[in-house]
Design a protein around this ligand. Structure first.
Ligand SMILES: Nc1ncnc2c1ncn2[C@@H]1O[C@H](COP(=O)(O)OP(=O)(O)OP(=O)(O)O)[C@@H](O)[C@H]1O
Ligand SMILES: [Mg+2]
Length: 306
């Protein structure tokens, strides 16, 4: 099955795009889904947030200009099922260079086509920078779905009006007629303030069920994790932020039709019959500790009855 490509975008800065991209990628990957993260922001926050150093020449720059093979720039992260194409500040230069080449809006789509077509990755998550520049337009042209994080603050809706305008332009211009808004994620939610609750309500009135049910809480642990190069599920697995991104990842997988179906009740194997259980317990009760030592047996503590 070809990989599904998701863009995490909002031209407003500091709304939680990178935090969401990094943590969703890690949570989804931890379920056994193969994920490739592409960092398309020259600030390279997703790169450092996943524990990689920003290195000159390591970004997708050369690939976009047709000078490098995409497979040569993919790197493993320290986390299972999670690879990355990192970014670094040189990617700023790609902006100007790209404007000079042919088909400059579809360079990313063409670049990732070879990996999208194979079954190496189930999901490709792209983190965008905070502007609607040529790099971001390339992401919109390459993506199947758009996910927009909105910060729970007064001006949240202003940010999204521009995104939806660009989304419509991209569709209507024929660059990517199938691009859809998969969902809006409310970030930095503080349930104690009326403002947060009002903003969520207003955004839900506007976007109805396009808004993900899971709100991401504002927590210091989420803000600290990137400085350790760790997604929150590894930095503080029992925190509220980790729980929120894990539930959000499930919601995302369900929306994409990639969630593992929970077994129906009649598919769950029945517990062992009591006789079997008793027999198993009696056999396990006496275990040789050393075959060489005559009579060397140990009786482990009796397990509690069910
Ligand atoms: N839920 C949260 N709770 C607390 N702090 C958060 C949360 N989400 C993000 N932050 C912090 O807010 C700041 C901005 O977040 P982030 O970098 O994810 O936003 P961004 O939209 O990617 O920004 P940019 O537009 O610059 O790329 C960071 O310092 C981040 O650690
Ligand atoms: Mg960012």
């Amino acid at each position: 099955m070809p990989a599904i490509v998701i863009a995490i975008a909002n031209q407003k800065g500091g709304v939680g795009k990178t935090t969401t991209a990094v943590n969703l990628a890690a949570c989804v990957a931890s379920t056994g889904t193969n994920v490739l993260m592409i960092d398309m922001d020259p600030q390279a926050n997703a790169t450092s947030g996943l524990g990689l150093e920003k290195k000159s020449g390591a970004s997708i720059y050369g690939v976009l200009l047709g000078q490098e093979d995409i497979n040569s720039i993919i790197q493993h992260t320290d986390y299972d099922n999670l690879d990355i194409i990192p970014s670094e500040v040189d990617l700023c230069g790609a902006e100007m260079e790209l404007s000079k080449v042919e088909n400059h809006l579809v360079r990313l789509r063409e670049s990732i086509a070879p990996i999208k077509a194979t079954d190496r990755y189930d999901l490709i998550i792209i983190d965008c920078g905070p502007s609607l520049n040529v790099l971001t337009l390339n992401v919109f042209a390459a993506a199947d779905h758009l996910v927009v994080p909105l910060q729970c603050e007064y001006y949240a809706l202003e940010g999204i009006s521009m995104i939806t305008r660009v989304l419509n332009q991209i569709r209507e211009s024929g660059v990517n007629p199938d691009l859809d808004l998969l969902g809006v994620i409310m970030t930095m939610f503080d349930g104690r303030t009326r403002l947060s609750r009002q903003v969520v309500e207003e955004v839900r009135n506007h976007f109805a069920d396009r808004v993900f049910e899971t709100n991401i809480p504002r927590t210091t642990r989420l803000a600290e994790a990137p400085s350790f190069g760790q997604p929150i599920i590894y930095y503080d697995p029992y925190s509220a932020g980790a729980a929120a991104y894990e539930v959000l990842a499930q919601e995302l997988l369900e929306r994409l039709g990639l969630a593992e179906r929970a077994p129906e009740l009649d598919e769950v194997p029945p517990p062992p019959a009591f006789a079997d259980f008793k027999a198993a317990r009696e056999t396990a009760a006496v275990v040789p500790i050393s075959p060489a030592r005559e009579g060397g047996f140990i009786v482990p503590p009796t397990p509690p009855l069910l």
